[in-house]
Design a protein around this ligand. Structure first.
Ligand SMILES: Cc1cc2nc3c(=O)[nH]c(=O)nc-3n(C[C@H](O)[C@H](O)[C@H](O)COP(=O)(O)OP(=O)(O)OC[C@H]3O[C@@H](n4cnc5c(N)ncnc54)[C@H](O)[C@@H]3O)c2cc1C
Length: 583
């Protein structure tokens, strides 16, 4: 076992982690630990864009952007956080431009901007061009640009190091983070990283669902680790289902396709979004479009032999325009479905895409241990965190923005904290729980396979906790998860070796998925209303009297194991009164 000492440890090298590292490493001795090679992080898969009210092509301002974000999130957004994000958006884009990011340009040479769902002019008058982009590879360009700048700045990376635990010391208000426990994939060795501050930037948890746009590695590790360390999770029941996954596969076709003029049609050829959102139609926010699509299918207007998807029609767009603005995603349609988007509409259906909830933080990216108090020295940013700028439904292009704005804030805050904080003493054997967990799975013979349990989890989540939910479906999901947790205690791995044992790590990741699925479903069961990405058929309306509040889930240890306790936190409202959401 090796022990390393740093001022700041950042867990994750996606957009949030690397943006934090660029700030932190200028000010403090910083290490970035990542289970993937940095440029394989999911940020690199982001397609459509990153928004900021630059007003390069149409009149716009950050206040309209804030309003859209609050309304898009169905008023569960903390409005102070949304103001910070939308104001700082402009510099966040310009910073990336200065770092060398090759944005698409207007004929005059300004950063070009395109339309995206829910982004409007003057509080909903019409769609506005707010998303900055690099073709349909915006995330790829952000990730490469941040990585190159990290290399230039000599940021220290520990690649293929899996963080499996937070080291906590003290109790109550003195409870603090003293570092992390990590597992090195290449050797199987355990490493202790002591640090004055720790930044969680581990991304999302899409793999709780079967049909998802998320990479295989998005298993919610940071959320799971924080939760097991006694930190609550906020608003986990709000999961975004992106309308346009390739039917049957879930691979994402960016909303940019509709931003560039694509239209959704049902089996009758009807542009059905005109009925659901008469003003901005196909560019309504994702929750509304996903539900409308699912409804068309339910009412028998789905397409294909099983009438189980709708069509995304790009055939009226010029092929040259498609090639210039949407090259990658049209290639996905050709490769994975054998459909030619120039001449044929593409089969699409909602796919699990984004976790609005996560580790609760304030606008300084400090992690909260309850409704008001922070855990000193612990920070979170990006999809792992819930600050809450997305409320119950994130607007497209607001996540690439979130990771840059709050990644930057987390990096600065963590380094500033480390400048004055002492290095804490470590507990005697901080690695013990991790070693026991790994050894129990590695040594177990004849247990059930990890993949079987994971598949069963994903299937029940798709069936029972997806676009439409009811008390009955959620109770079914919960009892399935309980059963699967019991089976999980008996899983074993085939690979018993030390080196590159991904089999073993997938078993650990499944443990996080099970814990988090339970929190998602419990939150959804107790939230007896419909808001944003959470739609209850048995409570089809938003209920501000009882549910205009964030869910806070705590893990409590009892004599017969752990249980989840739900509590609530008020929503921060500044200037926008909740209204009925119409588009
Ligand atoms: C297909 C797709 C398209 C998207 N398109 C857009 C878009 O156009 N616009 C937009 O705004 N948003 C988009 N999103 C959402 C957005 O890309 C993500 O929410 C965002 O990039 C998340 O960034 P992150 O830095 O938080 O996490 P990630 O980029 O997922 O990075 C997570 C990092 O954490 C590390 N990590 C995880 N667990 C551990 C562990 N246990 N130990 C060590 N390291 C760990 C990983 O190695 C990785 O480096 C898209 C998402 C997907 C899936």
């Amino acid at each position: 076992m090796q022990t390393h000492t740093y001022d700041v440890v950042i867990v994750g090298a996606g957009g949030a982690g690397m943006r934090a590292a660029l700030e932190s490493s200028k000010r403090a001795r910083t290490a970035v630990l990542t289970k993937l090679y940095p440029t394989r992080s999911h940020t690199g898969a982001a397609q459509g864009g990153m928004c900021a009210a630059l007003a390069n092509v149409e009149e716009d301002n950050w206040e309209w952007h804030t309003f859209d974000t609050v309304k898009g999130g169905d008023y569960l957004v903390d409005q102070d956080a949304a103001e910070v994000m939308c104001k700082e958006a402009i510099d966040a884009v310009l910073d990336l431009e200065k770092m060398g990011l090759p944005f698409n340009r207007t004929p005059e040479g300004k950063i070009d901007q395109r339309r995206f769902g829910g982004h409007t002019r003057n509080h909903g008058e019409a769609a506005v061009r707010r998303s900055c982009f690099a073709a349909d590879r915006t995330g790829h360009m952000i990730l490469q640009t941040l990585y190159q700048n990290c290399v230039k700045q000599d940021v220290e990376f520990f690649n293929e190091f899996y963080v499996l635990d937070l080291i906590m010391t003290g109790s109550g208000e003195h409870r603090r983070t003293a570092g992390v426990v990590a597992y090195e994939l290449a050797s199987g060795e355990i490493h202790i990283f002591r640090a004055k501050s720790v930044v969680l930037a581990t991304g999302g948890v899409g793999k709780v669902f079967k049909t998802t746009s998320n990479a295989h590695t998005l298993t919610g590790d940071g959320m799971g680790i924080a939760f097991r360390s006694g930190i609550p999770l906020e608003d986990m029941e709000f999961f975004q289902f992106h309308p346009t996954g390739l039917a049957g596969l879930g691979i994402l076709l960016s909303e940019a396709a509709r931003g560039e003029g694509g239209i959704l049609r049902n089996s009758e050829g009807e542009r059905f979004m005109e009925r659901y959102a008469p003003t901005i139609k196909d560019l309504a926010p994702r929750d509304i479009v996903a539900r409308s699509m699912a409804n068309e299918v339910r009412e028998g207007r789905g397409c294909g032999p099983n009438k189980d998807y709708v069509l995304l029609d790009l055939t009226h767009l010029e092929p040259a325009h498609i090639d210039a603005k949407l090259p990658d995603i049209t290639e996905f349609a050709r490769t994975y479905l054998g459909v030619e988007p120039y001449t044929e509409p593409v089969p699409v259906y909602p796919t699990a895409h984004y976790a609005m909830g996560g580790v609760p933080t304030n606008i300084e990216a400090e992690v909260l241990r309850d409704n008001t108090h922070v855990v000193p020295g612990l920070y979170a940013a990006g999809e792992v965190a819930c600050v809450s700028v997305h409320g119950s439904n994130r607007l497209g292009t607001n996540s690439l923005l979130d990771i840059n704005v709050f990644g930057r804030r987390a990096g600065i805050a963590a380094a500033e904290f480390a400048a004055t904080a002492p290095l804490l003493d470590l507990p005697d054997t901080p690695e013990v729980a991790t070693v026991e967990l790994l050894e129990s799975m590695r040594s177990r013979q004849d247990g059930e396979r990890v993949a079987t349990v994971r598949k069963a989890l994903q299937e029940t989540m798709d069936r029972n906790a997806q676009v439409f939910r009811t008390e009955g479906s959620l109770k079914q999901a919960l009892s399935d998860i309980e059963g699967l947790k019991a089976r999980y205690r008996n899983v074993s791995v085939q690979d018993k070796g030390q080196r590159f044992n991904t089999d073993l790590l997938e078993a650990v990741e499944l443990g996080f998925l099970l814990d988090l699925a339970e929190v998602i479903v419990l939150g959804a069961l107790e939230r007896k209303e419909s808001r944003g990405g959470h739609f209850r058929e048995d409570y089809a309306h938003r209920d501000d009297v009882n549910f205009m509040r964030h869910t806070m889930a705590y893990r409590e240890e009892g004599a017969d194991g752990s249980a989840v306790r739900l509590d609530y936190k008020p929503v921060v409202q500044t200037r926008y009164e909740p209204m009925e959401r119409k588009y």
